[in-house]
Design a protein around this ligand. Structure first.
Ligand SMILES: Cc1cc2nc3c(=O)[nH]c(=O)nc-3n(C[C@H](O)[C@H](O)[C@H](O)COP(=O)(O)OP(=O)(O)OC[C@H]3O[C@@H](n4cnc5c(N)ncnc54)[C@H](O)[C@@H]3O)c2cc1C
Length: 323
């Protein structure tokens, strides 16, 4: 039975968390009946391959100087060669900047059916089913994919818990490097770091998040005071950062930071998927929104359908009394 391949991303010598999320998804889909192979393209990347050994049945390593950092041309050549040689049932790729650039070109080049930005992937009666958002996130769609040799699926980061790292199970198997004959039209000059700003919200154990429901910047004081009182770090949805009410470094979501705190308290946030993708992995989510049908309640473990300005002082009094 053909295998499931997971393209594992790395940057600046470190594996990206999404690689382990996709390996966990691969394991779930394999159901113990197919091999799950971590596919790593790089240069001097054997040490990264070792780190994938516990999460995959096999680690396939393609090494070449041109694969040191992501570069579409050599990556495409390497991936096409691996797919033609192994004919996997499925190739899972992150819906990241790399995956968005790579997957459509690979699908066209290797003639693979492609479905992008999936929030879930399942096997139903032997067929692949995916869940994705359509019409700018307004509609959730479940699609059943027709049988094909190899499916190419990109999966949104943050949708699955990561497979455990460390330990050693699989062996690292080296595959031949791609032909370097093709001319490279571009090369990576370097990485530009975004300023982290005043705090790193991705490292905070407790986050209080504020959305457009706060109404106006003067109202932020109440949320800030609450965050301070409960020892939380303040973060926000995109409109709050776009308006300049809080720095961009505090924004959670697909175009902000992905956070995984122990506790995430969301005030006046509707729960658009671009926001939810950045916080759904929080251990406990408490949402306050005056609209009981707000989508944030679909991901919240506890929900309060009420005016946040009534809830804030009551919750603050209760939490500070309890501690
Ligand atoms: C390419 C792209 C990338 C994006 N990236 C991000 C991103 O990284 N992060 C992000 O957050 N968004 C992102 N967005 C925007 C996203 O689509 C939503 O527009 C945004 O998340 C909505 O923010 P919000 O929930 O604060 O505001 P709204 O959707 O306006 O929701 C405000 C909520 O507050 C509630 N409310 C109002 N008053 C009160 C009150 N007094 N008490 C309680 N509740 C109240 C309302 O019922 C409503 O549900 C992106 C969009 C695009 C197109």
């Amino acid at each position: 039975m053909s295998e499931i391949l997971v393209l594992c991303e790395h940057r600046r010598g470190a594996l990206r968390e999404v690689s382990f999320e996709l390996l966990a998804l691969g394991r779930r889909l394999a159901g113990g009946e197919r091999a799950v192979c971590a596919l790593l393209l790089g240069h001097g990347a054997a040490v990264l391959g070792e780190k994938l050994c516990a999460a995959a049945d096999r680690v396939l390593l393609v090494e070449d100087a041109g694969l040191d950092a992501y570069d579409a041309e050599p990556y495409l050549a390497a991936l096409e060669a691996v797919i033609l040689a192994r004919r996997p049932a499925l190739l899972l790729v992150a819906h990241s900047a790399v995956g968005m650039d790579l997957a459509p070109a690979l699908a066209a080049r290797a003639g693979l059916p492609l479905v992008t930005d999936c929030l879930d992937v399942q096997l139903a009666q032997g067929a692949l089913e995916v869940v994705r958002r359509e019409l700018a996130g307004k509609v959730g769609a479940r699609l059943r994919l027709a049988a094909a040799g190899t499916h190419l699926v990109t999966v949104r980061p943050g949708c699955f818990p990561a497979a455990p790292q460390g330990g050693k199970a699989a062996a690292v198997e080296r595959l031949p490097a791609p032909d370097r004959g093709s001319r490279r039209g571009r090369r990576l000059l370097g990485y530009a770091d975004l300023a982290l700003g005043d705090v790193d919200i991705s490292a905070a154990p407790v986050l209080v998040a504020v959305g457009r429901g706060v109404g106006k910047p003067e109202n932020l004081a109440a949320v800030e005071s609450f965050a301070r009182a409960v020892g939380a770090t303040l973060c926000c949805s995109r409109p709050v950062a776009d308006k300049g009410w809080l720095p961009k470094s505090r924004q959670v979501g697909t175009s902000g930071s992905v956070v995984k705190p122990k506790l995430y308290l969301a005030f006046g946030i509707s729960g658009a998927y671009q926001h939810v993708a950045g916080m759904r992995q929080a251990e406990t989510i408490i949402a306050v929104n005056k609209d009981p049908s707000a989508p944030i309640f679909e991901v919240a473990h506890y929900g309060i359908a009420a005016d946040m300005f009534e809830v804030l002082p009551a919750l603050q009094a209760r939490l500070t009394r309890a501690s």
